[in-house]
Design a protein around this ligand. Sequence first.
Ligand code: TXA
Ligand code: MG
Length: 344
Amino acid sequence: MSALNDMKTEIKSITPDVLNEAKNIIFDGGVVAIPTETVYGLGGNAFDDEATKRIFEVKGRPNDNPLIAHVHKDYDLLKIIDYDPPYAKKLRQAFLPGPLTLVYPSTGKVSPYVSCGLHTLAVRIPSHEGAQAFLKAVDIPVVAPSANISKHVSPTSAQHVYDDFHGKIPLILDGGVCEGGIESTVCDVTGDVPVILRPGLITREMIAAVVGDCLEYVPNFASGEKVKSPGVLYKHYSPRCQTTLFTDIVAAKQACQTSILENKRVAVLCESKWIEQFQDENVKILNLGATEEEMASKLYDLLREAEKICDVLVTIEPDKKDGVMVGVLNRLRKACTSVDVPHK
Ligand code: TXA
Ligand code: MG
């Protein structure tokens, strides 16, 4: 296999021949980028230690942040999990295939590098047609973190993946723009009730409506307890420009003016209703839209656009805080964390 950085990276539409090519790469221990309905993933054979290690290496991912195993909709989960609680079955019936990842008790079923020493395995059955076709073709669990360089903004198009990984991976399966736009909800099903570890498009309310109850995990960093979802420890989703999140519109306008006076290129990322407040030829507008689904689907593309067009990005926290916005706000707040420390 070629050394990192000197590989030819091809973006290809998903055809039977290309699926065969992807399958060969996977069984050869390589990495293929795949589309899903949430974001693109960087896929590798979950049974293969070297392939799994390679994913961490290519992404620059900390080696204590576990990966999600992706399977097709007819895959027998009992091959990779130890216990399937009845309420998890209900959740699968209600939401899968779809943007919900379930964390099951599981030991020794896939490469030990996948779960970084935890006795659990995160499993996801994506609904994207291209993802299903790929997973059917390989018919093994494929670990796939979001296909971005660690800490950078997650990718919602094949071009985003290319921008981060050209020269480092051989193949990107082009499945168009991801409709969902933010990563799957990660939900722990190892206890008596489901616990959301990472919010997403399947909301706490939706899960509670199916199984009666659903908790939301809040890491207690101060207590020194072992964090349940190590991903929450890291800075994430960050564009390569100075980014600040404002809740006060007057302060946001002031920040724009200050940066313009310093001859910085300024952009504002906000929901549509605030746009008219920033009519200034020196300010570029990145319109998040109006509904929560629209904001989720546009967020990462706009954060990637921001780093191309501005030095300073002023963002304004949307008014809505519940439902899908819990996930959108989680990403937006992390994107605006300028230092590498936890942000709830
Ligand atoms: O939508 C998605 O989930 C995308 C697409 C590609 O499927 N994948 C994705 O993977 O977002 P990644 O690696 O970027 O995020 C996985 C998250 C991390 O926060 C990680 O800590 C958590 O899932 N996770 C994985 N395995 C876990 C486990 N066994 N226990 C707790 N958290 C786990
Ligand atoms: Mg990620």
